[in-house]
Design a protein. Structure first.
Length: 485
């Protein structure tokens, strides 16, 4: 009876305009509490989650998303103590596990879909205890309606990869959703396969992303995914700025950044936005808008972004910026060609911009590159043209228009995304992406206009190959690198 009433209220709250169904999304950038024992840690963080669900309710949210490792922090050992059993889809609304029970109660009481990520304790062959990195979804009645186990693990040696053919979708009164986790976004399965049928228009994305530069800054990876695939993306990141974890956002299927947060201050933050509206003003006026522009540049200094660009293997063309630019240039590496078309107002600028093109094996560092990749990009470099795509290089150039076009054989061996970066680490807008195919060829075009502070603007192709298996040597290096931050 009560569930039915809540359902009617939610349905009447939804506005259907044209084909778009509006809903209100909340994502939480979350800095977990680390308490004296594993069980207290989970309990204390669940307590915080419930408070965020209450806050989101005051903003009339229909769905709330919490980040990867949000209940425990990035734990890599003692998984037995940090894990929770998650019953099958269909279970609930009562649960033996007190933490799960509390979250289900909050979902029910506030009539909100709640998505959380946990270390899931499960049983493998011969009844052996195994662990998954799992998202679960609680519906308005507090029942589990979907589960997803992370397929592409990133240096999580004690966790078992999820099955490659699992059902990671669920239905809501405001549309069909799919979900995946963190590193998954860089792999065809599940980031592209989930949306391949065209049915899924909304993606839930809990993450604990380490922003390594130049290609893998959290907000730019998130925004690029939404732009290319024309889906709404709800991205909730773990906050640990000294480790480079941070940067959450809500992105519209039309390419707009509806809300985002990036900060060098270690703190949690609730982001809310109206999603699916046709009215551009509705995006801007709703909810708690994230930081923007230069305001947070100084504050961002403590947000660590490891990684740097190395030109080894790249074809590089320096461009002449001294007195206005109107450039059209085609740069190729082997058979991979990119056409750059750039206009800028410049005079006496100290920085140098370069065009870079690459088609080959990704580098081992950063490790996420290890599959074959393709890049065509515009990059800022220091005045000697040596250090490139670094967020420390000040740029005074205003680009009226940048357009980059790549024509590739119409195979399925790569999928393409924009790679963009601004000095203040905010998403680059406007960002237009078009892909068209003819009989044998596929054309990819990205564009922006009237932009400053551009560190990087380009197309990034990534092999659709399967997951990277990290060697034990790499895991040791990663553990050492993490202790350095
Ligand atoms: C944050 O990162 C630091 C350095 O990697 C690590 O020692 C600490 O445990 C992390 N905190 C959480 C809550 O994960
Ligand atoms: C971890 O779990 C084991 C077995 O379940 C238990 O014996 C141990 O006391 C727990 N450790 C902590 C720190 O809670
Ligand atoms: C598997 O192990 C658990 C925990 O030790 C035990 O409760 C359960 O009965 C076992 N199941 C089977 C099928 O052996
Ligand atoms: C996937 O799970 C959802 C939610 O339980 C269900 O509605 C849908 O039918 C399932 N799809 C398939 C292909 O099993
Ligand atoms: C750039 O130059 C063009 C042509 O000289 C001019 O119309 C335009 O207003 C300038 N834009 C900026 C941002 O300075
Ligand atoms: C990935 O690329 C290979 C080689 O072109 C192709 O055979 C395969 O179908 C592609 N896989 C997917 C999932 O698109
Ligand atoms: C370009 O951007 C600046 C600063 O964001 C803005 O003031 C100006 O109106 C924009 N110009 C055009 C032509 O869009
Ligand atoms: C070039 O940029 C200006 C804004 O600076 C924009 O009004 C115009 O539409 C752009 N032209 C193209 C071809 O994208």
């Amino acid at each position: 009876m009560k569930g039915g009433l809540v359902c009617v209220m939610i349905l009447t709250a939804l506005v259907v305009r044209g084909y778009a169904v509006e809903y209100i999304a909340a994502v939480v950038e979350f800095q977990p509490a680390i308490s004296p024992s594993p069980s207290r840690t989970i309990e204390d963080n669940v307590h915080e989650y419930v408070a965020f669900i209450e806050s989101a309710k005051r903003e009339a949210a229909n769905i709330i998303v919490f980040p990867e490792y949000g209940l425990t922090g990035m734990v890599l050992s003692q998984l037995e103590n940090y894990s929770i059993e998650i019953p099958d889809v269909g279970s609930g609304p009562t649960f033996n596990d007190i933490n799960l029970h509390r979250l289900a109660n909050a979902a029910r009481e506030h009539g909100m879909f709640v998505v959380a990520n946990v270390l899931e304790k499960s049983r493998g062959a011969a009844n052996k205890t195994i662990f998954y990195n799992t998202n679960f979804v609680l519906n308005l009645e507090g029942k589990i309606v979907a589960k997803y186990r992370k397929i592409n693990l990133f240096a999580e040696p004690l966790v078992t990869p999820g099955p490659r053919d699992q059902n990671n979708t669920f239905d809501t009164p405001f549309g069909k959703f799919g979900m995946f986790i963190c590193f998954d976004i860089l792999f065809y399965n599940p980031s592209m396969s989930t949306i391949a049928s065209g049915q899924v228009k909304n993606i839930i994305y809990p993450t604990a992303w380490f922003s390594s530069l130049p290609y893998y800054h959290s907000l730019n990876v998130q925004h690029g995914y939404a732009v290319v695939n024309k889906v709404n993306l709800l991205a909730a990141n773990l906050n640990n700025v000294t480790a480079g974890n941070g940067g959450s956002g809500i992105y519209g299927a039309n390419g707009q950044v509806l809300n985002y947060y990036i900060s060098g201050l270690g703190s949690s933050r609730l982001l809310v936005a109206k999603v699916g509206s046709n009215d551009p003003q509705a995006f801007r006026s709703y909810g708690l808008k994230g930081f923007s522009g230069f305001d947070n540049k100084k504050e961002l200094e403590s947000y660590i972004t490891p990684g740097s660009f190395s030109a080894t293997g790249y074809t590089v063309r320096k461009i002449e910026l001294s007195n206005g630019v109107e450039l059209k240039e085609k740069v190729c590496q082997k058979g991979f060609c990119c056409e750059f078309s750039i206009t800028a107002n410049t005079s006496n600028i100290p920085e140098v911009y370069q065009l870079v093109v690459y088609d080959g094996q990704g580098k081992v560092i950063p490790a996420v590159d290890m599959l074959p990749i393709r890049v065509c990009a515009l990059m800022v470099c220091d005045s000697r043209g040596e250090s490139c795509a670094s967020r420390d290089i000040l740029s005074s150039t205003t680009f009226q228009n940048i357009s980059i076009r790549a024509e590739v054989k119409n195979g399925k061996e790569h999928f393409y995304r924009p790679v963009t970066l601004r000095t203040q680490l905010t998403p680059l807008e406007p960002l237009m992406y078009e892909e068209s195919t003819s009989k044998d060829m596929r054309t990819i075009n990205i564009r922006t206009s009237n932009n400053t502070d551009i560190v990087l603007f380009g197309i990034y192709g990534r092999s659709n190959g399967s997951t990277i298996v990290f060697s034990s040597i790499f895991l040791v290096i990663m553990a050492a690198v993490r202790t350095l931050f």
